[in-house]
Design a protein around this ligand. Structure first.
Ligand SMILES: [Cu+2]
Length: 230
């Protein structure tokens, strides 16, 4: 009997620490997976759709380069997700007669602080259905905070400088993750909870593209290269 209990203790002592470690390990791996890929913006040689055309303004080639190198990748699911990428208001700067960044992503009900850092007057307005506003003409140092309460896309312009254009993506509550990359750069989403999602890619002047993805436990989902056409 003594021998038997001794063996039992040995067995328990031997296995218990291991199973404890393994349980933790399995938990952290099984709940999430990662998503990896690349987005390429197809070369374009003709004029692109721009805000200028939408609003009857002369289109300008000057502002395009600043914004077309930014690609926004958003993963949405079917459940509301409280995740936010930003702890404080994001800044949309007006500097050197450009909006910086030209492409901005925020979650619904978050705010953007628009700042004029130029020594000239700028205006900021949007005619987009997602959010209409016009903050008027403002000198250097002035700032204005806009809260976006509806998901969608907001085109932002300055009525003094018609080449100034920025796009704010207001992400719906079911957005679980998003990232901005340059054309040709790889992207990597880590720790996406296992489930079914839609991954959508946006870039100014290009058609958006979506793919369905299934993220499973501990998997690295390689979705390859997505090419956006103008
Ligand atoms: Cu301006």
């Amino acid at each position: 009997m003594k021998l038997l209990s001794g063996i039992l203790i040995l067995i328990v002592a031997h296995f218990y620490p291991h199973s404890d470690i393994e349980v933790k390990h399995v938990n952290s791996v099984q709940l999430t997976g990662s998503v990896t890929g690349k987005v390429v913006l197809a070369q374009k040689n003709s004029t692109i759709r721009s805000g200028g055309r939408l609003y009857g303004r002369p289109s300008s080639s000057g502002s395009r380069k600043a914004v077309t190198d930014s690609v926004l990748i958003v993963i949405t699911g079917s459940m509301p997700n409280p995740v936010s990428n930003s702890k404080s208001d994001q800044i949309l700067n007006q500097k050197d007669q450009k909006f910086t960044p030209g492409l901005l992503a925020i979650k619904q009900n978050e705010s953007v602080r628009i700042v004029n850092s130029d020594p000239v007057y700028h205006n900021v307005f949007s005619l987009s259905n997602t959010k209409k506003f016009d903050v008027g003409r403002r000198p250097k140092g002035e700032h204005y905070t806009v809260t976006f309460d509806k998901p969608g896309v907001v085109d932002v312009f300055c009525d003094i400088h018609s080449n100034m254009h920025a796009v704010i993506h207001v992400l719906p509550p079911d957005a679980v993750a998003w990232i901005k990359v340059k054309s040709g750069d790889p992207f990597h989403f880590a720790e996406i909870p296992a489930g079914s999602y839609q991954l959508t890619v946006y870039a100014l002047g290009y058609q958006e593209a979506s793919v369905n993805i299934d993220v499973s436990s501990g998997d690295e989902n390689q979705i390859g290269t997505i090419t956006l056409n103008s």
